[in-house]
Design a protein around this ligand. Structure first.
Ligand code: SAM
Length: 408
C-alpha cells in the first residue's frame, strides 16, 4: 500500500448496505466510549474498527486487497501485485530453513493466501523440503478466502496448510509476515503548547443527532513521573526534540507481538516486511504529523472516523523498537534492510530471468512489478525487511549486502 493522500471529501461514498454496517459499528463504539466514562484510548478504537467480530474492517467482509478501486478493494500489497514477490521471498525462506535444519513455516496475516501459495510452490520448485505451513490471522473471514486461493493455485500442497487458533508454546521453522505489523493498533500522542497529551476518542453529541466520534486529547502523565518516563510512551516521547506542536504514535501491540514471536521461536527465523523507519527517522523533530493513515478505495487520507469498519487504518512501523523487542526476547537480529536490497540480494532478477522476454504478455507485467517492488520512489525504500533468528550461525544471502542493522 502506498497511495497518495486525498481529502476525505473527495472519496467515493459506500453503498447503503455498507454504510448501515459502518453505522452499526459506530453505534457500538459510541456505547463503548460512554461506558468508559467518555474517552477511549486510540489503540482500543483502532482495534475495534479493524477487528470487531462481524463489523471490523478485517472481520466484516470488506474486499480489502486488490489492484483497482473499481473491484471494491482498498489497497494492493506486494504478494497481490506479483507472484515474483513470493518466489523471491521463498529463496530467503528456503535458505533459513536449510541453515536452521527446520521444515515448518508459519505465516501471520496471510491476506488472500497468495503469498502462502506462492511461497510453497517456489520452495517445491527449489527442492527445499517442508512439512507444514501454518497460518495465523485475526480475521476468521479471511480463512475461507485463503483456503480457496491455495486450493486454486497450489491444490497438491493444500493438505500441508493448517489454520491455528492459538500459538504453540514453541516453534521450529520460519515465520513470515507481510504488512502485519502496520495493522496493529497504535496509541496516539499530541504535544500541544509543549505539553504531551494522549489523543483518544470521545463523542461529540452536538453533531449527527446520535453524536459523532472525534479525537479528544487529555494530558498524558507528567514528564517528571518516574513510571511515565520508564513506560513505552513516556520513554519514547521524552526523546523527541523541540517543543512545537507534534503528533505521533507508539506501538505497544507490535512490540508485544514481536516479543511473543521471538519467545516462541526456539529454532529458525522470523521475517517481517513492512513500511516504516528506524527510531531516529520515525521520531524526527520534523515528522510533526505522525504516520497514521487510512485507506479507502486505493486512496489514502488521515481521518480514522470516516466510515468506521469500511476503511483500513495503519501506522508505519518503528523498526528500532521492533529490533529491541525481539532481541530482548532472546532472538538474534538476522538482518534489517530495504525491501529493494532484500529482494535484489535474494535474486529477484534471476526469478524474473526465468520468464522468456519474448513472451511479452508475461514478461512486461512481471518486469513492471519488479520495478515497483524495488524502485526507491515506489516500494523499494519505504518498505523494510527485518529478520530474527535462533540457531542460525551465518547470515543469509538476502542480508549479505546493504544490511542496515547499524541504523536501528
Ligand atoms: C495489511 S493486511 C496484509 C495481508 C497480507 N499479508 C498481504 O500482504 O497481502 C494485514 C493482515 O494482518 C492480520 N493481522 C493483524 N494483526 C495480527 C495478529 N496479531 N496476528 C495475526 N494476524 C494479524 C490482519 O487480519 C490482516 O489479514
Amino acid at each position: 500500500m502506498n497511495p497518495k493522500a486525498h481529502e476525505p471529501a473527495s472519496l467515493p461514498v459506500p453503498e447503503p448496505i455498507a454504510l448501515a454496517q459502518s453505522e452499526a459499528l459506530a453505534a457500538t463504539l459510541r456505547a463503548e466510549v460512554a461506558a468508559a466514562g467518555g474517552w477511549l484510548p486510540f489503540d482500543r478504537y483502532m482495534e475495534r474498527t479493524l477487528y470487531a467480530p462481524g463489523l471490523g474492517y478485517y472481520s466484516g467482509g470488506a474486499r480489502k486487497f486488490g489492484l483497482f478501486a473499481d473491484d471494491g478493494s482498498d489497497f494492493v500489497t506486494a504478494p497481490e501485485m506479483s507472484p515474483l514477490f513470493a518466489a523471491t521471498l521463498a529463496r530467503a525462506v528456503g535458505e533459513a530453513l536449510a541453515a536452521s535444519g527446520t521444515r515448518a513455516l508459519m505465516e501471520f496475516g496471510a491476506g488472500t493466501g497468495r503469498l502462502a501459495a506462492g511461497v510453497m510452490l517456489a520452495l517445491e520448485a527449489l527442492g527445499v523440503p517442508f512439512d507444514s505451513y501454518a497460518i495465523v490471522d485475526l480475521s476468521g473471514e479471511l480463512r475461507e478466502r485463503q483456503r480457496e486461493t491455495i486450493a486454486q493455485l497450489a491444490p497438491h500442497l493444500a493438505a500441508r496448510v493448517q489454520w491455528l487458533d492459538a500459538l504453540p508454546a514453541q516453534f521450529e521453522g520460519v515465520v513470515i509476515g507481510n504488512e502485519v505489523l502496520d495493522a496493529m493498533p497504535v496509541r496516539l500522542f499530541a504535544r500541544k503548547d509543549a505539553v504531551w497529551h494522549e489523543r483518544g476518542v470521545s463523542v461529540n453529541m452536538e453533531v449527527n443527532g446520535g453524536g459523532a466520534l472525534q479525537f479528544s486529547d487529555r494530558p498524558a502523565m507528567s514528564g517528571l513521573d518516574a513510571d511515565w518516563t520508564q513506560s513505552v510512551p513516556g520513554s519514547v516521547l521524552a526523546q523527541i526534540e523541540g517543543s512545537e506542536d507534534y503528533v505521533t504514535e507508539t506501538h505497544e501491540a507490535a512490540l508485544a507481538f514481536t516479543r511473543t514471536i521471538c519467545t516462541m521461536l526456539v529454532r529458525g527465523a522470523a521475517i517481517f516486511i513492512d513500511y516504516g523507519f528506524p527510531h531516529g527517522e520515525y521520531y524526527h523533530a520534523q515528522r510533526v504529523q505522525g504516520t497514521l493513515m487510512c485507506h479507502y478505495r486505493h486512496r489514502a487520507h488521515g481521518d480514522p472516523f470516516l466510515y468506521p469498519g469500511l476503511q483500513d487504518i495503519t501506522a508505519h512501523v518503528e523498526f528500532s523498537g521492533i529490533a529491541q523487542a525481539g532481541v530482548e526476547a532472546g532472538a538474534d537480529l538476522l538482518g534489517y534492510t530495504s525491501q529493494a536490497r532484500f529482494l535484489m540480494n535474494a535474486g529477484i532478477t534471476e526469478v524474473l530471468g526465468e520468464i522468456d522476454p519474448h513472451d511479452a504478455a508475461r514478461f512486461l507485467p512481471a518486469a513492471n512489478a519488479v520495478q515497483k517492488l524495488v524502485s526507491e520512489s515506489e516500494m523499494g525504500e519505504l518498505f523494510k525487511v527485518i529478520a530474527f533468528s535462533r540457531g542460525i550461525d551465518a547470515t543469509i544471502a538476502a542480508f549479505a549486502r546493504g544490511d542496515r542493522s547499524h541504523t536501528l
